[in-house]
Design a protein around this ligand. Structure first.
Ligand SMILES: Nc1ncnc2c1ncn2[C@@H]1O[C@H](COP(=O)(O)OP(=O)(O)OP(=O)(O)O)[C@@H](O)[C@H]1O
Length: 288
């Protein structure tokens, strides 16, 4: 479902969590929502899921207002940090409840995900470990197949093998059942290969909304003899550099046009990609 957010403001008392945020997300893509602590990610997702009402501004999903719109919210799923299943009883009860809530629920898929994450259906959710509860949230989020599915750091408590199993399952299920997925995360390098587009917010404002590949193309690692690297990077924004003997590698930010790329090749320099995390740190790190 297409998401249109216009001049969105959310205030908690004196704190402005979202500050006239404007954003349009087309349907059927996987979006990465990135931002530093307190930048407003959870606030934005909570409004998209109608858990909260905005202070001002307009939010439309599939062309409709979201708040107190039950028909629409049954098609929207937000899985939060601790999972939403804690007070429900056993894992089986939680799945039953989710099935009742979600028109697109796939019970067979839910069972296979339970197996994948080693979750016991008869176990009380309250008695599960943090990682198991996170995995329960992931099962509910994936098997619900909501046309708008959002994961707010929900998989952070899971161990690395479980997280990677989640990323693989998400991608496979998204290919088979395309829908709009938003992943908010601090584990940028782990997840960034899933993102088709990236949204970065900082202090409640939009910093970047771009295709992942376009964003990544704004940075490059320049490697070669130190003097040539320095000459090449003069005038460019250098995000960081490492030296190993006579060789230097510098991360630069900015559009590297064909002429510059040719110049690099002529100077015997190698241009390589840089990590999304480094771009993120650059784009959000200097403003505080
Ligand atoms: N219930 C609340 N009451 C008061 N202030 C709040 C509340 N929830 C969030 N805030 C404030 O709103 C701002 C945005 O918080 P939000 O949780 O949306 O950020 P976030 O990007 O999700 O952060 P994190 O990455 O740390 O989870 C912060 O300044 C936070 O302190």
């Amino acid at each position: 479902m297409r998401i249109e957010v216009e001049d969105l403001v959310l205030r908690y008392g004196d704190v402005t969590a979202l500050d006239r945020l404007t954003l349009t997300l087309e349907e059927g893509k996987i979006y990465g929502l990135l931002g530093r602590n307190g930048s407003g990610k959870t606030s934005l997702l909570s409004i998209l899921a109608a858990f909260r009402r905005q202070t001002a501004g307009d939010v439309r999903i599939g062309g409709q207002p979201v708040f107190e719109n039950g028909r629409l919210t049954s098609r929207i799923s937000l899985i939060r940090d601790a999972g939403e299943t804690v007070d429900i009883g056993t894992a089986e009860d939680a799945l039953y409840f989710a099935e009742w809530l979600r028109p697109g629920w796939d019970a067979d898929y839910a069972r296979s995900l339970m197996d994948l994450f080693g979750l016991e259906p008869k176990k009380n959710v309250k008695e599960m470990s943090k990682g198991q509860r996170s995995a329960m949230g992931v099962v509910v989020g994936l098997a619900g197949r909501a046309p708008l599915t959002m994961f707010d750091e929900s998989y952070l408590g899971m161990d690395a093998p479980s997280r990677y199993a989640f990323y693989d399952a998400l991608l496979a299920d998204y290919m088979a059942h395309p829908r709009t997925i938003i992943l908010s995360t601090h584990l940028i390098e782990e997840v960034s290969s899933l993102f088709e587009e990236v949204v970065i917010i900082d202090r409640g404002r939009l910093v970047v909304h771009e295709e992942s590949q376009t964003l990544l193309s704004r940075g490059a690692a320049v490697t070669g003899p130190a003097a040539q690297v320095d000459a090449f990077t003069g005038g460019l924004t250098v995000l960081g550099a490492k030296e190993l003997g006579p060789t230097k590698s510098a991360m630069v930010y900015g559009d590297l046009d064909d002429a510059r790329r040719r110049k690099a090749a002529e100077s015997g320099l190698e241009l390589g990609p840089i990590a999304m995390q480094d771009l993120f740190v650059h784009l959000t790190g200097e403003s505080r």
